[in-house]
Design a protein around this ligand. Sequence first.
Ligand SMILES: O=c1ccn([C@@H]2O[C@H](COP(=O)(O)O)[C@@H](O)[C@H]2O)c(=O)[nH]1
Length: 236
Amino acid sequence: MTPAEIAPKDRLIVALDLPSVDAAEATINRLGDSVTFYKIGYRLAYAGGLPLVGKLADKGKKVFLDLKLHDIGNTVMQGVESITRLGATFLTVHAYPQTMKGAVEGRGNSSLKILAVTVLTSYNEDDLHAAGYRLGVSELVEARAQQAQVLGIDGLVSSPEEVGALRKIVGHQMHLVTPGIRPVGSATGDQKRIMTPGRAIAAGADYLVVGRPVVEAADPKAIAEAIQAEIAQALG
Ligand SMILES: O=c1ccn([C@@H]2O[C@H](COP(=O)(O)O)[C@@H](O)[C@H]2O)c(=O)[nH]1
């Protein structure tokens, strides 16, 4: 399936940033058939959440394993090789050349898709400067996208603000996945480069990652469905 063929509903990835497998399963049950794609990150993975990848896949759901790996190339390669057996659809690594090269080797011919995290959505120009980078956000995102493409990475994680420029660089061959999504009226939290769901899709994002606005809502299903409706409207 090309990114353009993804159904509006399947473009929402709900981040299960919850403290336990029980809490995650309760949220998954409340979301029911509405949500087809889940993200498991540090909080849940380190609270015993990795077996949930296979359980969700067995139920026909897709899983984005957001482990943001970064180590020497050989270690990344071996780690990714192990992760190919879990049943996830997407796995993140940080967009450093050795890391991306190792991840592509470890993924091999499996169905796992590797996403490179370009610049975290909680970073702005000052944060990058404080971390020792000379390039600004858009320059670094674009440079990393070019390296990722050459190395055979399957997709990119960026804020929706960079998606238009990224699409011009990588065309439709790579999945563009954007956290930093905030429906109108949602708290920003620690995110700095944000957009509403409709604007992110109009900018060209393939998938939107939404955590707190859904999982901390009084009615997560109603919020998820409202985001999916906004996605459908933006796709026209
Ligand atoms: O640049 C990045 C990369 C990953 N994330 C992850 O996405 C979700 C966003 O959650 P919200 O509650 O909607 O802010 C979270 O799991 C992050 O680890 C990101 O935000 N930015």
